[in-house]
Design a protein around this ligand. Structure first.
Ligand code: PEP
Length: 257
């Protein structure tokens, strides 16, 4: 099974100079000690996708967009949007969709996410689909129910695709409890493992092609706790926010997988 370690840079770093420095640091790290099955990816801000993907050319580190437009046209009068076709042309090969920050600050709902997922796939952009429960939902023991509802987006996409088998190579799911993102709080490895087992079972029920979908854990993963998560058979990598902004900690996390 392939493992993925993906850095979500969010609205960072602040300057082009700092972006270049981070990319240079990443390129200079020793990647020979990574497991051959471990693949790396970073998701810079939209404005940095073209530069970062050009600088990472040939490094084996892929580039992802953090979001794409819900409008299906590759070009058009959608001020501020970036289409899947534009992201692909700039060098992105994947797109993070459904991140809890997009759901919260941009009110992204079920239909928007179905649309975005379809748009990405129609332009050969893979989808890193994020799901996760809030603190309240966790406390109320509603996690699995919430995740099943969020995964309905994928069920709808499977129904609408002419060829759902493309999802066997174009879909990654990231389980990110909202309460663990950027807080330093993490669920136990046993909790994450039980949740991932539920996610994998749900996905396999949608279509055979989804039976081996990589399911990553995200939320306060760092150089100190990555090995704990990597030890679980059902945690296929990590989506990393804060700790991905330093090449050294990102690579230490990658080495764990
Ligand atoms: C994220 O927002 O995707 C994330 C996992 O953030 P952090 O690692 O900083 O908790």
């Amino acid at each position: 099974m392939q493992a993925w370690v993906i850095g979500n840079w969010k609205q960072n770093p602040a300057t082009q100079h700092a972006v270049n420095a981070l990319v240079n640091d990443l390129k200079q790290t020793d990647r020979t000690c990574l497991a051959p099955s471990c693949r790396l990816m970073v998701a810079p801000s939209t404005i940095h996708i073209a530069g970062v993907s050009a600088q990472l050319q040939g490094s084996g580190i892929l580039c992802a967009a953090q979001d794409i437009s819900a409008h299906s046209a590759s070009t058009g009068a959608y001020t501020g949007d970036i289409s899947a076709a534009q992201a692909f042309d700039a060098g992105a090969r994947w797109s993070i969709l459904g991140h809890s920050e997009r759901r919260e600050y941009h009110q992204e709902d079920h239909e928007t996410l179905v649309q975005k997922t379809q748009n990405a796939l129609s332009e050969q952009l893979g989808v890193i689909f994020c799901i996760g429960e809030s603190q309240q939902q966790y406390d109320d023991k509603q996690t699995l129910e919430v995740l099943s509802t969020q995964l309905d987006v994928i069920a709808d996409v499977v129904r609408r695709l002419d060829d759902p088998t493309i999802l066997s190579t174009q879909l990654i799911v990231a389980y990110e409890p909202v309460w663990a993102i950027g807080t330093g709080k993490v669920p136990t490895v046993d909790e994450v493992s039980a949740t991932h087992t539920h996610i994998k079972h749900t996905l396999a029920g949608y279509h055979n092609a989804l039976a081996n979908t990589a399911v990553l854990y995200g939320g306060s993963v760092n150089a100190g706790n990555a090995a704990d998560f990597a030890a679980s058979r059902v945690i296929d990598g990590a989506l990393v926010g804060g700790a991905s902004l330093k090449a050294e900690s990102f690579m230490t996390i990658a080495q764990a997988f």
